[in-house]
Design a protein around this ligand. Structure first.
Ligand code: HEC
Ligand code: HEC
Length: 362
């Protein structure tokens, strides 16, 4: 319960991703074990002994304030709440792990292309909304039971006893061992993630491909006149425009300098933003949104990330044009990897760009 609350809370903070994953993985681990517990646990923890009858649920909800019956196991509302929380909590965890892979290029599933991000994101949001709503109803229900029905249910969650005169149920040694194991493993997963983020679900996986090794013709011929633009920086539709006519490439004729045009074109199409696994490509795809944008510098994403650079900075003799990415970004165009966290700027920080701007305006 605490882990789910912390997972929700950490999602509200821009830089709370690590804690979100730490608490999310503890919660996910415990939920997974709870699933098994529903088959091998003691009598009232077993799903077969839950009450899923809809007419009982209806009766329970409509007679909440009249009938104060104490149930030995889960009452009908708690039965439904428990399975819904387990199922959708589980969905949250799985979609979260897949999101880490598709959106952030991290963890086991970092090979998943960014184009799958949207579906995982929707699953994540829908399941977390269901978990949130069911959990709130369940908490209100627990208070109602505890104080109005006088079942002392909140004490029961801790000591296991209810206000009922029925024989005790004993947990077996195996069940105790399993429970202890489940708690230790889940907490260990969370602590491990916190202490070693780079060895866990958080580990960054770049799948770096060096173009001069992967496709020497592309690396050489497409960098004859400008820096090499990694295919992952534009959607396929945009590349189709850029490469539609080799004799009309931004008023240049490519036929001489790019003899392997056809095979390079196929290579670029196959490696466009849709096929990439990194966050930058996803943001570029989102910001172009199917429009026919044929320049990286015209994508909403590029404009946003470069909004703070004064226009005059591009007039600097070492830069000349916005499209001269390698003037500012170290190792630009070498590979499909653009370090989005720690871009090494050759000459620039925002403050330096500002200095150049002031200099140009003297
Ligand atoms: C003969 C010289 C030449 C060659 C060879 C060449 N280009 Fe270009 N390319 C240009 C020019 C000129 C521009 C326009 C630059 C500008 O306006 O700043 C351009 C612009 C681009 C842009 C748009 C950059 C932006 O502003 O976002 C892309 C993408 C591009 N080229 C891809 C390629 C690819 C892929 C190849 C290899 C098939 C290639 N170019 C080969 C001359 C060339
Ligand atoms: C005048 C220098 C300059 C030029 C030219 C330039 N950039 Fe940048 N770029 C920057 C600066 C400064 C940032 C912001 C870095 C930061 O937020 O720490 C940035 C940010 C980025 C980011 C986002 C990193 C992130 O995660 O926030 C990408 C991607 C990027 N540039 C790609 C390009 C590409 C592609 C080109 C060429 C079409 C290009 N840049 C041209 C200076 C430049």
């Amino acid at each position: 319960m605490l882990c789910i609350a912390f997972t929700f809370a950490s999602a509200l903070f821009e830089n709370g991703l690590l804690l979100h994953i730490v608490f999310g993985s503890i919660a996910g681990g415990l939920l997974t074990f709870r699933l098994f517990w529903g088959f091998i646990g003691p009598t009232h923890a077993k799903f077969v002994n839950f009450n899923f009858s809809l007419s009982d649920l209806f009766y329970y909800l409509t007679n909440l304030f009249k009938d104060r019956k104490i149930y030995a196991g889960h009452n009908p509302a708690a039965s439904w709440a428990t399975v819904l929380l387990i199922i959708f909590g589980f969905f949250c965890t799985i979609s979260g792990v897949l999101l880490m892979g598709s959106e952030e290029d991290r963890g086991l599933f970092s090979f998943i292309p960014v184009s799958y991000h949207e579906i995982f994101f929707q699953i994540h949001v829908i399941s977390k909304n269901i978990v949130g709503v069911v959990a709130l109803i369940h908490i209100v229900g627990a208070f109602l039971e505890h104080f109005w029905h006088k079942t002392k249910i909140i004490n029961t969650m801790i000591d296991g006893y209810k206000n009922l005169d029925i024989p005790d149920i004993k947990t077996t040694f195996f069940q105790k061992a399993f429970g202890t194991f489940a708690i230790i493993v889940s907490i260990f997963m969370g602590v491990f993630t916190l202490v070693f983020p780079n060895y866990s679900l958080m580990s960054k996986n770049t799948h770096e491909v060096f173009y001069h090794e992967d496709n020497p013709a592309f690396a050489k011929q497409c960098s004859e006149c400008h820096n090499l633009y990694p295919p992952i920086l534009l959607p396929k539709a945009s590349w189709e425009v850029v490469l539609s006519d080799p004799t009309e490439h931004f008023r240049e004729n490519l036929s001489e300098k790019v003899p392997d045009f056809e095979s390079i074109k196929e290579y670029i199409f196959a490696h466009s933003a849709e096929s990439a696994t990194n966050e930058i490509s996803r943001k570029i795809l989102q910001s172009t949104n199917g429009q026919n944008i044929y320049r990286i510098t015209r994508t909403g994403y590029w404009k946003e990330t470069h909004a703070q650079i004064p226009r005059n900075a591009y007039k600097h003799p070492k830069i000349k044009t916005k499209s001269n990415c390698s003037a500012c970004h170290e190792n630009f165009g070498m590979s499909n990897y653009i370090n989005d966290e720690d871009i090494t700027l050759k000459y620039f920080s925002f403050s330096e760009a500002l200095k150049i701007y002031l200099h140009l305006n003297k």
